[in-house]
Write a protein that binds this ligand. Structure first.
Ligand SMILES: Nc1ncnc2c1ncn2[C@@H]1O[C@H](COP(=O)(O)OP(=O)(O)O)[C@@H](O)[C@H]1O
Ligand SMILES: N[C@@H](CCC(=O)OP(=O)(O)O)C(=O)O
Length: 377
């Protein structure tokens, strides 16, 4: 099962990071939002940004911060009370990040996501495009659940799950779940003082399930949701590390591959797995005919397919569907997941990607099929 240590070069080489901060950490166990904790976390994130890495922050704490501003001693049970507290706390939360990042001249963006945003394919792609654009612009996204509109049936509830879904959304290399414990222990250390820290373990190891307990007073889900989140993150081959956000240099240490916290190791190479899946798809939603130049760059140079290389479109498909690409004489060339639906593509086939926003009236990916979503047949 768990190994004592392992080479963490995968972690040290991770470029795109999702850093998640739990409520207990940000409020110092319910003391109200602590801007100095936010500032400390932010300065560590800045060090990653200075090294050219990308950072997306998923921050809890809206409810816990709101409780303090409303002078409510206990986390309420009723959804509307939780939502009211979140609405009060969220503005203070995001302000704390804005102020802290502004000290080094960096800009932040608030993104509030709900369940539908990751389940609905169109909204999923929109959220992904927006996040990718913010990262290109070197803006730091600060994400939380859109608590004020989430209903009981349709909410993530804990931000561990949200962090994992964000990692899937942007194909992050690593997720760092910062909490109030050193990492994942063999049992809940609050209840069992013989529990020991696991340094590294395969995320799918079954023995982890019985070791993961529930949450403390303020957080939601405890190690159970962190384990589930790590397994979700592994779907995009994202590595998960759980560590203590109170350690002075925790983010810097983890990102440099130091043996800090628990690494829940993901083994599946996502692109390869997706390509394998694509190769086996039995029914395509449409067919696009591409010109000889496009065939060449796809086959010989492993490049993405751009709308400019498309000469004809047949069938009715939506963004995210699988489409067969055939050459000028109808020969099967490739299969991939499209970023445009069939009507949009009919409008922009043969057109250079720089003109897509002007013709469609909104921003879209420049590729019709990104090379990571394309398999040669
Ligand atoms: N096996 C375990 N190892 C470490 N912590 C555990 C374990 N099982 C349960 N926990 C609990 O999980 C808590 C952290 O999760 P949670 O309260 O949801 O915080 P956060 O707000 O950081 O998500 C810890 O304080 C601890 O009591
Ligand atoms: N969206 C909620 C987060 C819920 C929550 O408590 O999450 P966590 O602390 O990560 O277990 C908030 O901002 O209060």
């Amino acid at each position: 099962m768990a190994e004592v240590s392992a080479d963490r070069s995968d972690i040290a080489n991770a470029n795109r990071w999702v850093v998640k901060l739990g409520s207990a950490l940000l409020t110092d166990d319910g003391e109200g939002l602590k801007p100095e904790i936010v500032a400390r976390i932010v300065s560590m994130c800045e060090r990653l940004l200075d090294q050219g890495k990308q950072v997306v922050i998923v921050s809890s704490g809206a409810v816990a911060a709101g409780l303090a501003y409303l002078s409510w001693a206990e986390r309420p049970k009723k959804l509307h009370d939780l939502q009211a507290a979140a609405a009060v706390g969220q503005t203070h939360l995001v302000k704390a990040y804005e102020i802290a990042f502004a000290r080094s001249g960096r800009t932040t963006a608030q993104i509030l996501l709900s369940h539908d945003d990751v389940l609905n394919r169109d909204r999923y792609l929109n959220a992904r495009n927006t996040l990718n654009r913010l990262l290109e612009l070197k803006v730091v996204p600060i994400i939380n659940e859109n608590d004020t509109v989430a209903t009981d049936e349709f909410r993530f509830g804990d931000n561990d799950t949200l962090a994992a879904l964000v990692a899937n959304l942007i194909d992050a290399d690593a997720v760092l779940l910062l909490t109030d414990q050193e990492g994942f222990f063999t049992a809940d250390p609050r209840k069992d003082d013989t529990a020991t820290l696991i340094s590294v373990c395969d995320v799918d190891a079954q023995e982890l399930d019985s070791m993961a307990g529930g949450s403390g007073r303020l957080g939601q889900g405890g190690m159970q949701t962190k384990l589930r989140a790590a397994r979700l993150a592994a779907r995009s081959a994202t590595q998960t590390i759980i560590a203590n956000g109170r350690r002075p240099e925790v983010i810097t240490e983890v990102a440099s591959g130091k043996l800090v916290g628990t690494w829940l190791r993901a083994n599946k190479p996502s692109v390869a797995a997706r390509k394998q899946w694509l190769a086996g798809v039995q029914k395509d939603s449409g067919v696009v005919t591409i010109d000889a130049g496009a065939v060449r760059v796809i086959q010989d140079q492993g490049r993405s397919l751009l709308p400019v290389g498309v000469v004809a479109v047949s069938g009715s498909f939506r963004r995210g569907d699988t489409v067969l690409c055939v050459g000028p004489s109808g020969e099967r060339i490739a299969r991939g997941l499209v970023n445009l639906d069939s009507q949009e593509l009919s409008l922009v086939k043969g057109v250079s990607s720089s003109r897509l926003p002007e013709l469609l009236g909104y921003a879209v990916d420049p590729e019709l099929i990104h090379r990571d979503n394309l398999v040669l047949l």
